[in-house]
Design a binder for this molecule. Sequence first.
Ligand SMILES: [Fe+2]
Length: 115
Amino acid sequence: MLENIVVHSIQVYRVSMCLVDYLKLQGIQMDGQLVQAAALLHDITKTRSFETEENHALTGGQVLTDLGYPEIGNLVRQHVRLDDYSDRKTSRKPRLSIMPINACSMTGSFHWMSA
Ligand SMILES: [Fe+2]
């Protein structure tokens, strides 16, 4: 894996954990270990995609699913393009009211985001 992709994945992990903390403050519980794994692995096939021109989100998701991690694979598969959820009966708007960066500061996570 290319070094810049490793660095990018670590940064995505850091931001993701910040968002998990923020959502927790908003009363929304997330599976932090699932998010952590997906964040770190989301570009697992990105390096090879430069040669193969494969859709790295789809192939990364499939690799993880084939390895026995379908939940992580599903998140990785959607990291470029989300599935269409527009047919859901509710069109509830997000009720989050403060910027995530504020939550990161409040939880003490911000200092390592900028490290
Ligand atoms: Fe990606």
